[in-house]
Ligand binder design. Structure first.
Ligand SMILES: Nc1ncnc2c1ncn2[C@@H]1O[C@H](COP(=O)(O)OP(=O)(O)OP(=O)(O)O)[C@@H](O)[C@H]1O
Ligand SMILES: [Mg+2]
Length: 255
């Protein structure tokens, strides 16, 4: 799949497109996160997480409720900052970036997929998928082309493209959300329980789609509670009480 040309512009500098980049996408060292409640109570959600994910990996993050999975993903996705520790995404030291640069990294490096889809309910499918490109220097024609390409990549029936997203089934909504995550050609796709609101068969169909995107060279990190969903990944990282309790390659699975 070629969602964009071989090069794209970031801050006016040509850079290699996501699929051509090599090396670590995620390099986190000693991440701690302490949440401070209004009354003064503290929650130590991450207690020293170090994690390296290479370009092209497909990793599932598992662990009990409250163990720190979403907290970790928010930090890795540059949506939140750690209390201490360092984090590099595609080689860039996140602690050194200002708000504008962080927004740029999120927009151009990461595609997010959430359990609740987070689509604009009254906007059409095409509009939802086009939105992430609004702040990029991309012409209206190219935006439309790229949205169509992403929707084809997730195999969403073209008859639905002009429907409002609230007229779709859960599985169709998640395909739209994945297409939206793909339009900026991210090197990393992060998903927090993307199948949590789907029945088993639809969830596995969505996972087959992630697997194909991974086969095409994209790095995928997803959180799930379900072993049958984690089995689609090649690597399982288990979080417990804010620490990595286990990190292993999935045996006998997808290759
Ligand atoms: N914004 C916040 N403010 C205060 N505490 C928080 C905040 N977000 C999370 N926490 C706390 O941090 C801990 C880790 O939460 P987190 O959301 O990362 O867990 P999780 O592993 O994603 O759980 P789940 O499987 O239920 O989604 C929990 O004790 C939670 O209550
Ligand atoms: Mg969570």
């Amino acid at each position: 799949m070629s969602l964009t040309a071989d090069t794209m512009e970031v801050s006016g500098r040509p850079v290699l497109s996501a699929s051509k980049m090599a090396g670590a996408v995620i390099e986190a060292t000693g991440l701690h996160k302490v949440y401070q409640a209004a009354g003064g109570a503290e929650t130590h959600a991450l207690r020293g997480v170090s994690l390296r994910v290479e370009q092209g990996e497909f990793a599932a993050i598992m662990g009990p409720s409250g163990s720190g999975k979403s907290t970790l993903m928010h930090i890795l996705g540059c949506l939140d900052t750690p209390t201490s520790g360092t984090y590099r995404i595609v080689g860039r030291e996140v602690g050194d970036l200002d708000e504008t640069e962080l927004a740029e990294v999120r927009r151009e490096t990461i595609g997010f997929v959430f359990q609740a889809f987070n689509l604009l309910p009254r906007a059409t499918v095409l509009r939802n998928v086009t939105l992430p490109m609004l702040y990029m220097r991309v012409s209206a024609d190219e935006r439309a082309d790229r949205a169509a390409e992403a929707l084809r990549a997730v195999a969403l029936d073209e008859a639905l493209w002009t429907h409002r997203s609230n007229e779709l089934s859960g599985g169709q909504m998640q395909r739209v959300a994945i297409a939206r995550a793909l339009v900026n050609d991210p090197s990393l796709i992060m998903a927090d329980e993307p199948t949590g609101n789907l029945d088993t068969a639809t969830g596995e169909a969505v996972m087959a789609l992630f697997q194909r995107l991974n086969d095409e060279g994209r790095t995928i990190v997803l959180i799930t509670h379900e072993p049958n969903i984690a089995a689609f990944a090649r690597r399982t990282i288990r979080i417990q009480d804010g620490l990595i309790a286990e990190d292993r390659l999935n045996g006998g699975g997808h290759s």
